[in-house]
Design a protein around this ligand. Structure first.
Ligand code: FE2
Ligand code: FE2
Length: 293
């Protein structure tokens, strides 16, 4: 039975901004040397900020089913919505404004520029810098009317048991897959060590951008894009049983990327106009003239 809901309703979009999810991840995985938030503080149910994030995860865990993922793949992997140069797609992404406090939040492009710049500062290869710059471009899904829980949030495999290492695992009780005997065993529809390329992940900006870029970027870049929100593996190592040796090798890159995503917020916002020529060149080097969304 299918539930009918209005994707754009406030009930479906509890976060004030998409960054609220990023901030929550940062609370869970603070920069080494920074104090972790006390558990009581983290689970303070009287905290309204916390309530919105909890509600966001409740919806994410309830609705991200195997069938939902199949439906979204069918819907979005036709790429029949827009065609434009990559830079324009980044500017399109930047039209995503939420009702967040403008004092604390950077716009989408600033987060991406800071990530790219931090990677460049550390002397990594240019495709790594480019990956940092575009890694969240898939969030344009929100501009196509998708609810927050189908765009951001920790990702996880569908078609097999949900790990209790995924944040708020109790909310999976409402996910019909957890009562479906095809999907609720450790391996579900998969085979031990089958490799993540054979595994379907929950739907969101990671998988969507991977599908857009998969023919153009080096493989480590594609792993970073596709699995950067898969905290249950790259931080918690709870899906080893689905991975093969190649995944393990590539996840070293995913792990290398994650701190740039989480910890690159600098107090001085980058100046877009100064950096644009450099990033335009990188885009031209690796990506086609236009991409289809
Ligand atoms: Fe992301
Ligand atoms: Fe990000």
């Amino acid at each position: 039975m299918k539930e009918i809901f209005d994707n754009t309703s406030p009930e479906m979009n509890p976060l004030h901004s998409l960054e609220q999810w990023d901030e929550d991840v940062l609370d869970r995985y603070p920069e080494p040397g920074q104090p972790a938030k006390a558990k009581e503080e983290f689970r303070n149910y009287d905290n309204p900020q916390r309530d919105t994030v909890r509600e966001f995860y409740r919806l994410n865990h309830k609705y991200q089913t195997f069938d939902f993922v199949m439906e979204k793949r069918k819907e979005f992997l036709q790429f029949n919505r827009k065609e434009m140069p990559v830079w324009n797609a980044m500017e399109f992404l930047n039209t995503l404004v939420d009702d967040s406090d403008p004092d604390i939040d950077l716009d989408q492009l600033q987060h991406l520029l800071q990530t790219g710049e931090a990677i460049r500062h550390d002397g990594h290869p240019d495709w790594f810098v480019l990956t940092g710059f575009i890694h969240d471009m898939g969030k344009v899904l929100c501009l196509f009317g998708e609810p927050q829980w189908a765009v951001v949030g920790d990702t996880f495999p569908v078609g097999c048991k949900h790990s209790d290492k995924i944040v708020y695992p109790e909310f999976f009780d409402d996910n019909p897959d957890s009562k479906d005997e095809r999907y609720n065993t450790k391996l579900g529809i998969y085979e031990e060590g089958c490799g993540l390329r054979n595994v379907h992940m929950s739907w969101g900006h990671d998988e969507y951008l991977y599908q857009i870029t998969k023919d153009y970027l080096p493989e480590p870049a594609l792993y970073m894009i596709r699995y950067h929100s898969f905290y249950a593996q790259h931080r918690e190592h709870s899906y080893e049983h689905l991975m093969d040796d190649h995944d393990r090798e590539m996840f070293e890159w995913v792990k290398k990327f994650n701190p740039y995503d989480l910890y690159s917020k600098s107090p001085k916002p980058p100046v877009l106009a100064e950096l644009k020529p450099y990033y335009e060149d990188l885009i031209a080097k690796y990506l086609p003239k236009t991409i289809k969304l």
